[in-house]
Design a protein around this ligand. Structure first.
Ligand SMILES: C[S@@+](CC[C@H](N)C(=O)[O-])C[C@H]1O[C@@H](n2cnc3c(N)ncnc32)[C@H](O)[C@@H]1O
Length: 272
């Protein structure tokens, strides 16, 4: 069997600190995808950062998006990225210094943000909740640190929206069911409004984008999951081989679709 890509883990519980170069590589590839660029652009417009604002990015990764927002708040503003992975935090700091950004990156956890109550004007958190066992606690933390009238955008993938075509629908459904069982929070995207509302925030607007993958994704995350599904006895090896033949054949004649939908929620802290 061909060697398959092993998906990297962003869960800090999984001890990924040594793997940050690979994680940064994956984040950079994702940041180039049109769906992510469009959703980030929507989030920037929704958040409307102004000079002097205090911005927070929870789980900032390589920090590129916080840097983009930092240019809008200017030298009078504060742009703080909370990033628990030391390797990613160092990479984000290196990039910010290289570009002369005011963005700074600190250690911390979405469950216990290292910030005082009501000290943030604008918060963002992208593709972090899907890695958390208790995303509702992260939502409560974002609500705690936002000032009354402050705004937050939380973006996440909803893995249950994955569409793969062509292929036997029954086999695809088995692979999808198996894949969902491997994610701590596979329905992250659809749960954002409820979690932010439960944290006391007012949901103001929604954005979404499908993340359209090309056929190379078959050798990446999908390939790893399909192989794991065989090893777990969920599908057989001949079913996996047939699925691949159908998908590669579809791609060769331009009849291929692989996507997952990401959702973004704009929420505001009520002024009491
Ligand atoms: C898929 S990456 C997204 C990074 C960045 N937000 C972006 O959009 O490029 C997930 C990020 O969440 C961070 N993360 C994982 N668990 C976390 C936690 N408990 N608190 C804060 N961040 C966490 C990871 O270190 C990683 O930077």
């Amino acid at each position: 069997m061909a060697e398959v890509f092993q998906p990297p883990s962003f869960r800090i519980q999984d001890g990924v600190a040594g793997d940050h170069e690979r994680l940064a590589f994956v984040l950079d590839r994702l940041a180039d995808m049109p769906g992510i660029q469009r959703l980030r652009s929507w989030a920037r417009e929704a958040l409307r950062p102004a000079p002097g604002d205090r911005i927070l990015d929870v789980g900032a990764g390589t920090g590129d998006e916080l840097q983009a927002l930092a240019t809008l708040v200017g030298p009078a503003g504060v742009a703080t990225g909370v990033e628990p992975n030391p390797g990613l935090r160092a990479e984000a700091t290196r990039r910010a210094e290289e570009f002369g950004s005011v963005a700074r990156f600190v250690d911390g956890d979405a469950y216990a943000l290292p910030l005082d109550d009501s000290t943030v004007d604008i918060a963002r958190c992208e593709r972090v909740f899907q890695h958390l066992d208790h995303p509702e606690r992260a939502a409560a933390e974002i609500a705690r640190v936002l000032r009354p009238g402050g705004r937050a955008v939380v973006i996440d993938t909803d893995w249950a929206t994955t569409i793969v075509h062509p292929g036997d629908p029954a086999v695809l459904e088995e692979v999808k069911r198996f894949a969902l069982s491997r994610f701590p929070n596979p329905f992250a995207g659809r749960r954002l409004p409820g979690q932010l509302a439960a944290a006391g925030l007012e949901v103001v607007d929604h954005g979404s984008q499908a993340l359209i993958q090309d056929v190379s994704a078959l050798d990446g995350l999908f390939g790893a999951l399909a192989t794991a599904a065989v090893e777990a006895g969920v599908i057989t090896m001949p079913q996996r081989e047939q699925l691949y033949a159908d998908l590669k054949g579809g791609a060769a004649r331009g009849d291929f679709h692989f996507s997952v939908t990401m959702f973004a929620v704009l929420a505001a802290k009520p002024v009491r």
